[in-house]
Design a protein around this ligand. Structure first.
Ligand SMILES: [Zn+2]
Length: 66
């Protein structure tokens, strides 16, 4: 089995890992209200999923701290 002769330095390890980064979240457009939403999830703006309303959206009446 291949065995490393020397331990990689911190710099080498960190240089290799410079390519590891997080990708942005995938977003899809809600067919109901055209806002951005996560795919396969109920739209947080209008509460629609699969062409019908699934969740009721509460309109904020009391707004504190402004
Ligand atoms: Zn929507």
């Amino acid at each position: 089995m291949a065995n490393p002769k020397r331990r990689h330095s911190k710099q080498r390890k960190r240089l290799r890992r410079t390519h590891y980064k997080l990708k942005g979240v995938n977003m899809s457009i809600c067919p109901q209200c055209k806002s951005m939403k996560l795919p396969h999830r109920v739209c947080p703006q209008c509460g629609y999923y699969k062409g019908r309303q699934v969740v009721e959206i509460k309109v904020k009446k009391k707004e504190k701290k402004k």
